[in-house]
Design a binder for this molecule. Sequence first.
Ligand SMILES: Nc1ncnc2c1ncn2[C@@H]1O[C@H](COP(=O)(O)OP(=O)(O)OP(=O)(O)O)[C@@H](O)[C@H]1O
Ligand SMILES: [Mg+2]
Length: 588
Amino acid sequence: MKPFKLIFTYALKYRAALALTASSMLLLVGAQLLIPWIVKTLVGAVTAPGANLDVMNLVRQLTITVLVVYLARAGLQFLRSYQAHLAGWGVVADVRKYIYEHLQRLSLRYYEDKQIGQLMSHVINDTDLFEQLIAHALPDVIVNLITFVAVTAVLFSLNWKLTLLSTIPIPLVLFSLQVYAKRVRPAFRSRQKELGDLNATLNDNLSGIREIKAFTREEQEARRIDHRIDSYYQSNLRALRLMATFQPFVDFTSSLGTLIVIYFGGQLALQGSLPIADLVAFFLYLEMFYAPVRNLSSAWEAIQSSLAGADRVAGLMAEDEEPHIVPGMLTPTTPVRGELSLRDVSFSYNPASPVLENINLEIPARSVVALVGPTGVGKSTLVSLIPRFHDVGSGSISLDGHDIREYTLESLRQQISIVLQDVFLFYGTIRENILFGRPTASNEDMIAAARTANAHEFIEAMPDGYDTMIGERGVKLSGGQKQRISIARAVLKDAPILILDEATSSVDTETELLIQQAPERLMKGRTTIIIAHRLSTVRSADKIVVLEERAIRETGTHSELLAREDGLYRRLYSVQRNLEPLIAASLN
Ligand SMILES: Nc1ncnc2c1ncn2[C@@H]1O[C@H](COP(=O)(O)OP(=O)(O)OP(=O)(O)O)[C@@H](O)[C@H]1O
Ligand SMILES: [Mg+2]
């Protein structure tokens, strides 16, 4: 969508407010034009030969008229300002809501190379510019254009020769405006980009404050932020310097008109072909003739930067969304059985380095499959293909005999409970975080889920129990506690397929025990895929799949795999078994 079209589409909803704005603006221009005319009438009357009491009556009438005009102007100014902002900020709010919804519908692939701060800048800063445009820049342009046309007409009616003479500098002014537009638009665009970069870096640093302290990187990070702030400052300066260079030039060119009127107007008055009252009015109107030209240049600047913002928003909106509900897609109303089958699945994040190649795997309904293998072989990647966080490069995955691409994304994801490797908890209470799995669940169900995840005891021990607030990233909880809350969240969802991607960093003994000892509680009646780093947790799985080098190296049960003389599983297992007594010994 073109930036202008985008703004227009959203502004349409506020047409009533915009119409009120426009009509009050028109009346304001009229009020403004009236005042010099009253002054002209006054000067004409008092300088006329033989002025008398009748003139005093006129003076009183003019005073009252001016009072009425000023009062009306006050009311109109309120109306214009309020209605313009009503529309301006209304559009900003609508666009923000839409961008956020759109962002949620973009695939995870979109987020891979994006900084959160940059995206936030689109939602906040770029949309702010729409208000600039609708409530300030566009009204300014319209008011000034109308004023200019109306004043020109009045000036012509006063003295056409003098008016023609005063238009001589106008082409010069228009020329400089054009040069300005070409030079300044890119400058404002790069200023906005710098602001986005600054936002992104700040966001990143504040999120990583713990690491900054741990590595005593305060000095260097402060320098890095300084650099960003400086480069925003520099690009701001660059844009404003262009404007500052240009503004005095416009002022100068427009003041040439005053010189002309003083010189030629004075002559005309001396010859008696221009009444004094008309000359006075001419000067007053002349200011209104050139002010629009000057104002247009700053309104132009605001329009440039708003359009640059709208351009970025339009670019974001043009990003393809994840495929959503398409007629004919499967939307099972009852839970699926949970039989998964991967055929010749290949996948890569970028074509140069394939992550998975020709994976074939059958996962019967309600079975427990463990995925093991060295770090970075693609275990998390493999499970992320099931809820379609990413789509297979080639091959297919089917659920209950249907390709997962035949289901709507929503219904597919409703069938899957997932505990991701990097646990993320939202800012809010523990209760809210667990209910995230199923907001309509009863309190009993929520507590049962927490019990299943071995989380109930430690939650109860907290000062506010389930109503304890946890930080943006769950900072007040230990890694294991966060993990158990995220398991409770997945359990509460109660979907036919459960995916557990065990965290390497916070492998928590109790969680490990939970997975070892309570499979019937956690996994009963579900198809379960566990990615485990401690092989002791996967012993009871129906099938263990060992991944290595983009492919499945071996599959079997624990005992089958151990029986293989040169098996990878046997090697990994014996390494861990040998290490554990060593660790235990070193702790004593
Ligand atoms: N979003 C991504 N973009 C590009 N490459 C990625 C992305 N996520 C993972 N990779 C790469 O894909 C490969 C597989 O990563 P994956 O996270 O699936 O490994 P893993 O087996 O889960 O490892 P771990 O045991 O450490 O969790 C790695 O080489 C990784 O660098
Ligand atoms: Mg992983």
